[in-house]
Design a binder for this molecule. Structure first.
Ligand code: PLP
Length: 409
């Protein structure tokens, strides 16, 4: 669909800042893994709004929680307490397995990471006034605010906004020795993902995570794991750190936490949990009762419907299907990722064409790197939907291969 093809798209072209693609499809409603566009076409959503709508679109329990809370109370500010936020913090203590967990709520992933970075600075500065540095991984992604942009290990994103503050040290994502060497007495935190989502669904080697944990312990720094994309069941367990077998001091959450409602969280344990005191950090909308009510419903539904187990079965089915394709397709080389966060590795930098060929078949995926297609289906996806998606990807890959052969001739 081209820009201006519908009244909505024409108005957007005139009135919205041009930070996103010009030719976006307009969706009007959805259910589960299905999305309907304004022309009435039904799509299969294997991206979940970037790993957000893990319970599918318009989940009845989440819709009910939002509607119910919005009829009682939508906002009070943090001068006052509301129950949904406190109940959510209690649920997060349970699913992290951290009996001493404390949570600070935000609106999104970047602001959850901002909270974690400020917390780590306070924690560091109590040991030494210059203990504010943060070690991150090349290829990582932590957000687009100024501090999280700097922590994002993609230098091309820094260039237009330089100079940045200069408090970040970046090491290769797979170099444990470099991690050990980078952490020193002035390091306040190591901030990493367990699987780099935006970085191309790249799992960070366990040795690097273990080196980070050890170095943080030696130097009094906090290990902050950014679970914004990997958390809330996306990778099989509640959190990817639980699978990796390392214990962070702080995790950050957002994306799937509210199934689409804008909520983020910075969850800490141990000394990190007691770092912030009154006045140290705040945000007007943080802990909003409606977004927290949605998140409480998300956690309850995952538990009630045993969705971690269901998703594990569907993830295995998806991986088997894609691996079978990789064995025969001239375009698909392999499959990586964990659970429902999948990277389809391609033989050539054709991910954008493959994404488009999938869209031509009404399947939503995402070219996360030149040679990687990202899939993040909802945890509630059905076996039939997984079969449909694999069949559509097979056809799309054939179309892309045919195009490539035509170009060679
Ligand atoms: C998406 C993402 C963020 C940023 O979240 P926003 O809600 O867009 O601010 C941060 N970290 C990771 C790992 C992400 O995937």
């Amino acid at each position: 669909m081209t820009a201006g093809a519908t009244p909505t798209a024409a108005l957007a072209a005139k009135r919205m800042m041009r930070t996103y693609a010009d030719d976006r499809i307009v969706f009007t409603h959805g259910s589960g893994a299905a999305l309907v566009d304004e022309n009435g076409r039904m799509w299969l959503d294997f991206l979940c709004g970037l790993a957000v709508t893990s319970l599918g679109h318009a989940h009845p329990a989440v819709a009910e929680a939002i509607a119910d809370q919005s009829r009682r109370l939508v906002h009070t500010s943090n001068l006052f307490l509301t129950t949904p936020a406190v109940e959510l913090a209690e649920r997060l203590a349970r699913v992290t397995g951290w009996p001493d967990a404390r949570t600070f709520f935000t609106q999104c992933g970047a602001t959850a990471n901002e909270a974690a970075i400020k917390l780590a600075r306070l924690h560091g500065k109590r040991q030494h006034p210059d203990k504010v540095r943060v070690v991150t991984l090349a290829g990582g992604f932590h957000g687009r605010t100024l501090a999280t942009l700097e922590a994002t290990g993609q230098p091309e994103k820094h260039v237009p906004f330089a100079p940045l503050a200069g408090f970040v040290d970046t090491v290769e994502y797979d170099d444990a020795a470099a991690m050990t060497a980078a952490v020193g007495p002035l390091t306040a935190a190591v901030l990493v993902e367990i699987i780099q989502g935006e970085g191309g669904v790249r799992p960070v080697p366990t040795e690097v995570l273990e080196a980070a944990r050890l170095a943080c312990d030696q130097h009094g720094a906090l290990l902050v794991v950014d679970e914004v994309q990997t958390g809330i069941g996306r990778c099989g367990e509640w959190f990817a750190f639980q699978q990796a077998g390392i214990e962070p001091d702080v995790i950050t959450l957002a994306k799937a936490l509210g199934n689409g409602m804008p909520i983020g969280a910075c969850v800490a344990r141990g000394a990190a949990a007691d770092t912030f005191g009154p006045g140290d950090h705040a945000t007007t909308f943080g802990g909003n009762p409606v977004t927290c009510a949605a998140a409480n419903a998300v956690i309850d539904v995952i538990e009630r419907d045993d969705l971690l187990a269901h998703a594990a079965e569907r993830a295995a089915q998806l991986r088997d299907g894609l691996e079978a394709l990789a064995a025969t397709s001239p375009v698909i080389a392999g499959v990586r990722g964990v659970g429902m966060l999948v990277g389809v590795e391609l033989d050539a930098p054709v991910a954008a064409s493959l994404e488009q060929a999938c869209r031509d078949r009404l399947l939503i995926t995402n070219a996360v790197a030149a040679d990687v297609l990202r899939l993040a289906p909802p945890l509630v996806v059905t076996a039939d939907e997984v079969d449909l998606a694999v069949a559509a990807i097979a056809e799309a890959a054939e179309a892309v291969a045919d195009d490539a052969t035509c170009e060679e001739r």
